[in-house]
Design a protein around this ligand. Structure first.
Ligand code: FES
Length: 81
């Protein structure tokens, strides 16, 4: 399933990256940069909501396992950190 239309990458690319992280929390900007080949986010319309869901699920699983809290968005600016 295509995640980003502007800098095309799909859900398999995201899952492969998360698998490589081996249980480490990730940020949205980190995942986007890696999966887009270093491109900047353009519109974010299609990809940000889906990436946020996937990353929250990934980081929540880590929290459950080790009790840490992973932050993916700056609460004040709502920008990826
Ligand atoms: S759909 Fe991802 S930046 Fe536009």
């Amino acid at each position: 399933m295509l995640i980003c239309n502007c800098n095309p990458f799909n859900e398999d690319d995201v899952k492969a990256f998360l698998k490589d992280k081996k249980g480490l929390p990730v940020t949205l900007s980190e995942v986007y940069r890696e999966c887009s080949g270093g491109a900047a986010i353009r519109c974010g319309i299609a990809c940000i909501p889906r990436l946020t869901d996937i990353i929250e699920e990934h980081n929540r699983a880590i929290e459950v396992n080790n009790g840490t809290v992973a932050k993916i968005l700056d609460v004040k600016t709502l920008e990826a950190v």
